[in-house]
Write a protein that binds this ligand. Structure first.
Ligand code: HEM
Length: 269
């Protein structure tokens, strides 16, 4: 093969202008990661509403289904949000794949470097790769379920899924993976774009505090769903229907669904 052909084919020719695409893709990866992390914070609080009682979780679920705005519940609205998050997730994962080790040899080298250097940020990065890989499967399965059967979300439906359908170990692993991944991801974003302008030490502490907080909230939430699921197993499949709502919510509910009077105090989970 003539030398010139070899050089062109193996991409050894010098490009006169550097491409801007790697920077653009990096920005897109950071942007999708940030959007997903913010979504997860909101998601965690909505799911944790079960800690305030079944009626609270029921009301939040119905709110997302448009029940208090459109005169009836439309679970397909939740499918729409889940589809949007799935798209964002797939894009984020695609962009992240650029940074994964390409083969086993690269992976071994990377691990050896991280071990030898004992560099904390590199160790965090490798954990982000592991948890990100796990989330490929876990989050896709969860999102698909939310997208395909959005009507099966609620105090009893979700708890039955956790307990009687036996999905709590799945949620436990996903919770650990998503909190570790999101925490490290946000820390790395702050380091990379130099915002907010805190010291590395402070950002690291903030990261652990946030991860700890969301893990604790997540574990308490998981426990609450498991407890309700356990107590509800004999009536598996039955859906929760509150007898009453706070007065201001009754007024937003479709006409005739709730008697307009003061309800008793909220029930405990
Ligand atoms: C629009 C999209 C989403 C919806 C509607 C949704 C909804 C829910 C609901 C209702 C639960 C309670 C259990 C159940 O009913 O199955 C739950 C739990 C959970 N979801 Fe999502 N989710 C969405 C996206 C995500 C994403 C992208 C992740 C990231 C991996 C995620 C991670 C989790 C985790 C870890 C739990 C367990 C929380 C705990 O036990 O404390 N979810 N989700």
């Amino acid at each position: 093969m003539p030398t010139s052909v070899f050089i062109v084919q193996s991409d050894l020719v010098e490009h006169p202008r550097k491409s801007r695409w790697p920077a653009r893709l990096d920005l897109l990866q950071s942007g999708t990661g940030l959007a997903l992390a913010l979504f997860m914070w909101g998601h965690m609080f909505f799911v944790a509403s079960i800690l305030l009682g079944k009626t609270t979780m029921w009301s939040i679920t119905r709110m997302f289904e448009g029940y208090f705005f459109f005169g009836g519940a439309y679970p397909r609205l939740v499918s729409g949000v889940a589809a949007g998050i799935l798209l964002l997730f797939v894009l984020h994962a695609l962009l992240a794949m650029r940074k994964f080790p390409g083969d086993y040899r690269q992976y071994r080298k990377m691990r050896a470097h991280v071990k030898a250097m004992r560099h904390e940020d590199s160790t965090l990065w490798i954990w982000q790769v592991y948890t990100g890989f796990a989330l490929f499967f876990l989050a896709s399965a969860h999102l698909y379920q939310m997208l395909a059967w959005p009507q099966n979300i609620g105090p009893y439906a979700s708890s039955d899924r956790m307990w009687s359908d036996g999905l709590w170990p799945f949620y436990l692993v996903m919770l650990l993976a998503v909190e570790v991944h999101g925490g490290i991801g946000l820390y790395r974003l702050a380091m990379k774009w130099n915002w907010p302008k805190f010291s590395r030490n402070f950002l690291k502490k903030l990261k652990w505090a946030l991860t700890g907080f969301f893990l604790l909230l997540g574990l308490m939430t998981l426990g609450a769903y498991m407890k309700i699921g356990f107590e509800h197993q004999a009536r598996y499949g039955e859906r929760y229907q509150p007898a009453d709502l706070p007065l201001w919510l009754q007024e937003l509910a479709p006409e005739g669904d709730f008697p307009r009077r003061n309800p008793p105090a909220e029930d405990a989970p």
